[in-house]
Design a protein around this ligand. Structure first.
Ligand SMILES: C[S@@+](CC[C@H](N)C(=O)[O-])C[C@H]1O[C@@H](n2cnc3c(N)ncnc32)[C@H](O)[C@@H]1O
Length: 263
């Protein structure tokens, strides 16, 4: 996957994309992140990338010309036949909220162009005539699209083969699996009087699998009952859930916001 990030603040990307899994994946040639300063596509001596709003109002607006030109140059690196398959993503609080389904839609693309807005936002013509996707990372407003672009890169990269240890790792993740993941423990077995479940140290893999599945179901029912509506459930899963009082429909009884959930 080739990511092309257009931003007024290229230095913001130095840490996140050079370290950890993304950095390792880039060094192994599994992905690349090309960060372009929108100002380098401006034509005047001052590198003016933003301007006052027509009609007046608070905050500057990013001009369309440098963003169009930088995007067109990024797309020109692809053969004509591939160009249409490269999503041009405008990061915006007005966009479709990022979720795993959208991540999976973006993941097979040969590349992604990510346009980071700033100040009051981006000239509307970028949204209407250049972007193929308008993506929000949640119902809150950031000062710029940089963190949002990093979130997209991180989430999508998990589906580039080889970036995460094994494909199974990704499939076992919360949401991707259709459920929330079971609790995880590591050594020490006992810490400040807090124990770890004995079954996980028993070496009995059938029992471990059963415990994990049931914990995953229990946790999903407690925190995200809506996921059970579409999860791939076996007869044994349904029986277990019935024992927990699940009637087969999401009733919105979520404790997702509790700071230290029991489940
Ligand atoms: C201060 S915001 C502008 C918000 C704009 N005035 C509006 O009401 O839609 C500046 C930039 O941050 C980015 N941004 C802010 N919140 C975001 C979010 N929730 N998801 C993705 N990008 C966001 C966008 O690129 C946006 O152009």
């Amino acid at each position: 996957m080739r990511y092309h990030v257009l931003t007024l603040f290229p230095e913001a990307f130095a840490g996140p994309v050079e370290h950890s899994m993304l950095g390792r994946a880039a060094r192994r040639g599994l992905l690349s992140v090309q960060v372009t300063d929108i100002r380098s596509y401006t034509r005047d001596a001052h590198g003016t990338a933003d301007d006052y709003q027509f009609g007046g109002g608070h905050g500057m607006v990013l001009k369309p010309e440098p963003i169009f030109e930088a995007t067109e140059e990024a797309l020109a690196a692809y053969p004509m036949t591939e160009r249409g398959a490269v999503p041009v993503v405008l990061l915006s609080p007005q966009g479709r909220t990022l979720n795993q389904q959208l991540v999976l839609e973006l993941a097979p693309a040969p590349g992604l162009v990510l346009i980071c807005g700033h100040y009051a936002g981006v000239d509307e013509r970028v949204r209407s005539h250049l972007a193929t996707h308008d993506v929000s990372i949640g119902d809150y407003v950031l000062t710029g699209g940089e963190l949002a672009a990093m979130v997209v890169i991180d989430a999508v990269s998990r589906f580039t083969p080889g970036v995460v240890g094994s494909a199974e790792n990704v499939q076992e993740d919360s949401i991707t699996s259709g459920l929330l993941q079971h609790p995880l423990y590591t050594r020490p077995a006992e810490f400040r009087g807090m124990d770890t479940p004995e079954v996980l140290r028993s070496g009995n893999h059938a029992e471990i699998d059963r415990w994990r599945r049931q914990e995953s179901l229990r946790r999903t029912l407690a925190r995200r009952p809506d996921l059970l509506e579409t999860a791939d459930l076996t007869a044994a899963d349904r029986e277990y859930l019935a024992g927990l009082g699940y009637s087969g429909r999401a009733d919105g009884d979520s404790d997702n916001n509790s700071p230290r959930p029991a489940g």
